[in-house]
Design a protein around this ligand. Structure first.
Ligand SMILES: Nc1ncnc2c1ncn2[C@@H]1O[C@H](COP(=O)(O)OP(=O)(O)OP(=O)(O)O)[C@@H](O)[C@H]1O
Ligand SMILES: [Mg+2]
Length: 234
């Protein structure tokens, strides 16, 4: 459902991603791992055409992507939950989540708020709170709900576990595993937290300085014992 070939990304004169190849089947979940500055966020933003300038080929849902801007890619079924979550502080949780419905894809209805609460039960009790009243973990759940309401085929989560307490991280992993089972949705999760990534994905790509330095199953990753020391420990 996603096929990326020779993706290069640039911020101004800076060449950030170097020839990334990536494949993702419908219903599959992959992790993008890498240390600070490896290019994880740039990669997700490039798929959505959100910020960096890109070269290379991306096929999504059988369609070659060209110059489609981010909103058009959202309508085709991509959703990105950004690292900084971007919850509107003066809107209620319900309003924050409903903002995401504008990205519903062509010809397919968004979820209703009730359906989103069925998929993410922990946002149910929060619906009338204001954005600024949420804890970090609650903000993350709301940001995921906002991405999910458009019924995306591909949900991209940028470091969802960052800054959250361990007990919340466990809850978040369960949540993500529940929503990936719904409707054969595909997932890309970027992380520096290996345990969280392992729990929520089928296999992984490891990035370093904008290039893929390893891709394979978690079993293959574990058998290459030096990968963590070389590419993940700071
Ligand atoms: N808006 C921007 N303008 C210029 N350079 C940028 C911009 N955003 C990111 N970069 C650079 O691109 C490189 C990759 O950054 P990116 O944010 O993709 O890394 P990351 O793997 O997501 O890191 P982190 O784990 O810190 O989120 C870094 O060298 C960063 O300084
Ligand atoms: Mg990042």
């Amino acid at each position: 459902m996603l096929e990326v070939r020779n993706l290069n990304a640039f911020y101004g004169e800076s060449h950030i991603l170097h020839g990334i190849d990536l494949d993702l089947a419908a219903g599959e979940s992959i992790a993008l791992l890498g240390r600070n500055g490896a290019g994880k966020s740039t990669c997700l933003k490039s798929l959505l055409n959100a910020d960096p300038r890109t070269e290379g080929s991306i096929r999504f849902a059988e369609t070659p992507l060209g110059a489609q801007p981010a909103f058009a890619r959202s309508r085709m079924g991509m959703a990105l939950v950004p690292e900084d979550r971007r919850i509107f502080p003066m809107l209620t949780v319900a309003q924050n989540i409903e903002m995401g419905a504008f990205a519903a894809r062509d010809g397919r209805k968004p979820y209703t708020l009730d359906e989103v609460v069925d998929l993410l039960p922990m946002v149910g009790p929060l619906l009338s709170r204001l954005g600024f009243q949420l804890s970090g973990g609650q903000q993350q759940m709301v940001a995921i709900a906002r991405g999910l309401i458009a019924r995306p085929r591909l949900l991209m989560l940028d470091e969802p576990a960052e800054g959250l307490a361990p007990v919340i991280v466990d809850e978040l992993a369960d949540t993500i595993n529940a929503i990936r089972k719904a409707e054969g949705r595909s997932l890309i999760v970027t992380e520096q937290n290996i345990d969280f990534a392992r729990e929520t994905t089928d296999r992984l790509y490891l990035l370093d300085v904008g290039s893929v330095v390893f891709s394979g199953s978690w079993g293959d990753f574990d058998r290459n014992g030096d990968l963590v020391d070389r590419y993940l420990v700071l």
